[in-house]
Ligand binder design. Structure first.
Ligand SMILES: Cc1ncc(COP(=O)(O)O)c(C=O)c1O
Length: 358
């Protein structure tokens, strides 16, 4: 795994550098459920401590069954992992070929994982001016060059763009006829579940969905994710990596999280409402351009000549972290991303941003 840390959410290191505790930081750089983990997950974790005397259950049977019930699929359509990052790192060794295309800007770990297995990586760069829309004819031409794997994130990160099922279906068909394996990263799809391509992907021999349980369920420190795919691929993915990478507490937390329907509904509604208010208030800060987002984060372009680095550093002075997007392929040093957090936290961010922006 790449140790050069180039994502958001680096709260421990940042707090250490500033000489404060992580609790004193306000982290808008990682896009995690601002309501935190569900009370049922917390209770389950505390009640499960005694089971740590055993090795974890490597069959992941109960969590797979809970996921099957939750998604209306079969338990054989799932592979459980130590965060979806583990799947990203296991995939290149399982796939044949060595040429990958990444629909960018996107999550940097795809490149890290592919580089470790000596894949050649190219980017299919989407333009901010077109709101990161995908030109299907152009993508078809790019795949015709002999691409073994295509990586696409839906909703896009950092753009927040949600691609419709019809677009994903077209991309699936293109991949099928070009002999390209499709890796569809739905890490943030719990925030807009109706758009998931799960029913299409489980029919394919040539595609996998990656899902994260760390963001929506608020447990990034516990690490949990899964793949949705057909049963043959799920079996192969299950055999990748070492045993026990998913610990007992993550397994029981995942099951409890899926069962807390009330907390999950509240999260979706809260994010929708806070995102709307945040957009309205940010829109009033004139030097900012906001990109349409269906996710729990917003991509913002600075239009007055200030750089994302300047804004990031000035906000750090107020113990507020944002994600400087200058190092994303396809973006510039004018872009940054913020998470949608609680009403009070969002107000603090806006007040400080208002003072910093010229
Ligand atoms: C698009 C995307 N995919 C996957 C991940 C990995 O998530 P995790 O390993 O916590 O499940 C992230 C984390 O930020 C992400 O942004």
């Amino acid at each position: 795994m790449s140790n050069s840390y180039n994502h958001g959410g680096n709260v421990f290191t940042v707090a250490r550098t500033l000489g404060v505790s992580p609790e004193q930081m306000l982290d808008f750089s990682a896009s995690i459920n601002p309501l935190g983990m569900s009370p049922l997950v917390r209770k389950t974790l505390i009640n499960s401590l005694d089971s740590l005397v055993h090795y974890p259950d490597i069959s992941h049977k109960e969590l797979k069954q809970s996921l099957a019930n939750h998604h209306g699929l079969s338990s054989t359509n799932f592979t459980i992992a130590n965060g979806s990052t583990e799947l990203i790192y296991n995939l290149p060794a399982m796939l044949s070929g060595n040429k990958a295309l990444i629909i960018s800007p996107s999550f940097s770990e795809y490149v890290g994982a592919l580089n470790q297995c000596n894949w050649q990586v190219e980017h299919f760069v989407l333009a901010p001016e077109s709101d990161f829309s995908i030109d299907i004819a152009k993508l078809e031409r790019a795949l015709a060059g002999g691409v073994n794997a295509l990586f696409l994130c839906n909703p896009g990160n950092p753009s927040g763009t949600l691609y419709k099922q019809s677009v994903i279906e077209s991309i699936c068909r293109l991949c099928q006829s070009a002999g390209t394996f499709l890796v569809l990263d739905e890490a943030f799809m719990d925030f807009c579940e109706e758009a998931s391509a799960k029913q299409i992907i489980v029919q394919s021999d040539n595609a996998v969905i990656l899902r994260s349980m760390t963001k929506f369920f608020g447990i990034p420190g516990l690490r949990l994710g899964y793949a949705i795919c057909n049963d043959r691929l799920a079996e192969r993915l299950d055999s990748m990596g070492g045993p026990w990478s998913v610990n007992t507490l993550a397994l029981v937390a995942g099951e409890a999280a899926l069962h807390d329907a009330a907390h999950n509904k509240k999260t979706v509604e809260y994010i929708q409402q806070q995102r709307k208010t945040l957009i309205e208030r940010l829109d009033r800060l004139s030097p900012l351009k906001l990109y349409p987002s269906s996710a729990n984060y917003l991509l913002i372009e600075i239009m007055n000549g200030q750089t994302s680095r300047e804004i990031k550093e000035q906000l750090l002075g107020h113990r507020i972290m944002i994600r400087d997007c200058a190092n994303f392929t396809g973006l510039t040093d004018r872009f940054f991303r913020i998470a949608v957090r609680t009403s009070k936290e969002n107000t603090l961010l806006i007040e400080n941003l208002g003072r910093i922006l010229k």
